[in-house]
Design a protein around this ligand. Structure first.
Ligand code: DLL
Length: 425
């Protein structure tokens, strides 16, 4: 499936799309109403060529149908429920049939295989286990490839290191920000990398930059690969980077991706917009044209690994996480990129946005590397000035830079909270 010629893949998608549209129409009142309002029935959808006739689905639709209104099977068929913690109000819920769980394990296994993980590996799953899909999603995939799977979950970093060494973990799975914390702890505890068997990391669930990848790879002596997913669409494993490290292959036999522009039209490959998925094989909660609000581009350029499925670039950020500062649009990942251009700081940072009078203000707090600590006030001033200039150049923001002592900014064992927007408090 992963290396199938694209015309053949399209035929698989056509058939699966017809099937999912029929299932949604017959079993989900929300979709039947929407399609009736648009004056279409499943018969009008011949295949992917008709995708634009179908309605979009947004997070708000999931909230309006909370908790189980989007399910397409009786509750007796649902064997698992996950939910993603919304920042406000009720969470978004996802329900899975046993077939869905089986397909998820299979797709997550494909993801692990991209990183050459197999039955001789020991996989340390440090994503959180629970309503969050990271832990269980990674776990089932690791077991499916036959790896020895350690369900350690997130947190307790010193214990993570002990087990990593004692159990000979070869692959670490967690958020990139937690991987960074683990890397720091390795240094702090004075652990010689040679004592560890770690060779790869499968990191995702939050945006991270190429510079962050290099930093983690160096500190842990591993290949760090990007994995993407979201609970509404499945969980981790919707797409995954191969060892070519040039974008994440979307498992297109299960998810039909589109990138939507501001005018609501599908954009050609290469243009950035809102990543949108139609799930082709989910039965519990199938979704048609679900707007993720993750901004990225797609490419169908051939990949060195031989997989034919399209690749998505790094997520720049979610359109709802975009900061508007004095009219300029800024993503935290742009600030991260700007900081990482300057020697002497670590990728531990936090952005505080506020308003003074009518003017937005931004403070970027960033930790210095330990070796900077012995330097003089003059050196500190020079470092601040460099960071200020880099942020102005890469993110077009006039930010106040606050240099922090190593280890002083808050750490997380899951998704990092990069921004405090006091304008919203
Ligand atoms: O974060 C699922 C996941 C778990 C993915 C573990 C990868 C690894 P949610 O909590 O529903 O699900 O959050 C989904 O996280 O819409 C993106 O904004 C963001 N996200 C996920 N993976 C990446 C990534 C999980 N590799 C939301 N790069 C998505 C950037 C990511 N952002």
């Amino acid at each position: 499936m992963e290396t199938m010629p694209r015309e053949q893949l399209r035929a698989v998608q056509d058939e699966r799309l017809r099937d999912v549209v029929r299932r949604c129409y017959e079993n989900v009142p929300f979709y039947r109403d929407k399609m009736q309002k648009l004056g279409i029935t499943p018969k009008d959808i011949r295949g992917v060529c008709d995708i634009e006739l179908l309605p979009f689905t947004d997070k708000q639709d999931l909230r309006d149908n909370y908790p189980f209104g989007m399910f397409a099977v009786p509750n007796s068929e649902i064997v698992r429920i996950h939910a993603s913690s919304g920042t406000t109000g009720k969470p978004t819920v996802a329900g899975y049939t046993s077939g869905d769980i089986d397909r998820w394990a299979e797709l997550m296994a494909r993801a692990l295989y991209c990183a050459n993980v197999g039955k001789n590996d020991v996989v340390q799953v440090a994503y959180g286990y629970g309503l969050f899909t990271g832990g269980l999603g990674a776990h089932y995939g690791a077991e499916r490839v036959g790896a020895s799977t350690i369900p350690i979950s997130g947190g307790n970093t010193v214990r993570q290191l002990m087990l990593m060494e004692d159990f000979g973990s070869t692959t670490l799975m967690c958020t990139p920000s937690y991987a960074l914390n683990i890397a720091e702890a390795v240094e702090k505890e004075g652990i010689d990398l040679k004592r560890l068997k770690l060779k790869s990391g499968i990191f995702g669930a939050e945006p991270w930059t190429e510079e962050m990848r290099k930093h983690i790879e160096e500190k842990l002596g591993i290949d760090a690969l990007n994995v993407y997913g979201l609970s509404e669409v499945m969980g981790p494993g919707v797409s995954m980077e191969c060892m070519a490290k040039n974008g994440m292959h979307i498992w297109e036999d299960h998810f039909l991706p589109e990138v939507i522009g501001e005018d609501g039209k599908s954009l050609p490959y290469g243009q950035q917009g809102d990543l949108t998925f139609t799930t082709l094989t989910k039965h519990g909660m199938p979704l048609i044209r679900y707007r993720t609000h993750d901004l990225c581009t797609l490419t169908d350029e051939p990949c060195a690994c031989g997989r034919t499925h399209v690749r998505m670039g790094r997520i720049m950020g979610r359109s709802d996480d975009m900061l508007i500062i004095r009219g300029v649009n800024v993503f935290p990942s742009q600030i991260e990129h700007a900081l990482m251009q300057v020697e002497g700081v670590s990728p531990q940072y936090h952005i505080v946005v506020d308003r003074q009078g009518n003017l937005d203000t931004v403070e970027v707090q960033v930790e210095m590397k330990p070796e900077m600590m012995s330097d003089t006030v003059k050196d500190m001033e020079a470092l601040s000035a460099k960071l200020h200039a880099s942020i102005a150049a890469h993110a077009l923001v006039n930010a106040k830079v606050k240099l922090c002592q190593p280890g002083t900014l808050p750490r997380t064992d899951g998704k990092a909270k990069r921004v405090t927007d006091k304008r919203k408090l």
